[in-house]
Design a protein around this ligand. Structure first.
Ligand SMILES: [Zn+2]
Length: 211
């Protein structure tokens, strides 16, 4: 895999290994995933359906440019709340990746149902969804990279799941081929090294999803 791929600098719509998601798996148009990841998701979706659980993909592959829009949107919105650049970057990094360092670049990772942890917790509208995923996602190759209680990296994300038969390999390639100096080209990107974007964020995941 070349470095540009790992950094999200390619067009999934023109990549031969990507397919469109579509209904009933997602209500949003334009979603794409690696073919094997989508095939595995469809099996998981069917199995969940039989258990009365409805899975919806609300975000899938995002390119460097799409992540840059998300990042710079927050960079500007958080300007007053966190005027010091490093604090601002750390605030964004609670839940959003620096462009070039998102697992969503790889076509293996998805956000399901809701971008809000309490929705998946007891009393939340997706409580049963999370219970089911925690018990069964691994049977289909999916793992939750951002669990609670890790020493570094993003906060917990109960909605983010990764197809590890592919993403473990991409992560290993990222670890050996990408450095903080490659994380560049957006507002605040000069902080990638100081913050440890690769070490603490890309690699700071639930180790069950890494090895
Ligand atoms: Zn995500």
């Amino acid at each position: 895999m070349n470095k540009d791929y790992l950094l999200g600098k390619f067009d999934p719509a023109k990549h031969p290994d990507f397919v469109s998601v579509g209904k009933p798996y997602s209500d949003k148009p334009g979603m794409m995933l690696r073919k094997e990841a989508f095939e595995a998701f469809k099996k998981m979706w069917e199995s969940a359906q039989k258990a009365g659980i409805s899975l919806k993909i609300i975000s899938s592959t995002r390119t460097f440019d799409q992540q840059k829009n998300i990042w710079e949107g927050k960079w500007n919105r958080f300007a007053q709340e966190a005027p010091a650049p490093k604090n601002r970057a750390l605030k964004i990094l609670e839940f959003s990746s620096m462009p070039g360092s998102s697992r969503h670049h790889w076509g293996t990772d998805i956000d399901l149902n809701d971008l809000n942890n309490p929705a998946f917790e007891p009393g939340g509208k997706h409580e049963k969804v999370y219970e089911w995923l925690a018990a069964h996602a691994q049977e289909f190759g999916f793992c939750q990279p951002y669990t609670a209680g890790r020493p570094h990296g993003y906060h917990e994300e109960k909605w983010h799941w990764s197809y590890t038969p592919l993403s473990k390999s991409f992560l290993a390639q990222y670890k050996s081929g990408v450095t903080d100096a490659d994380i560049q080209g957006f507002l605040g990107s000069n902080l990638a090294g100081e913050i440890g974007a690769v070490k603490h964020y890309v690699l700071g995941i639930n180790q069950d999803c890494a090895e």
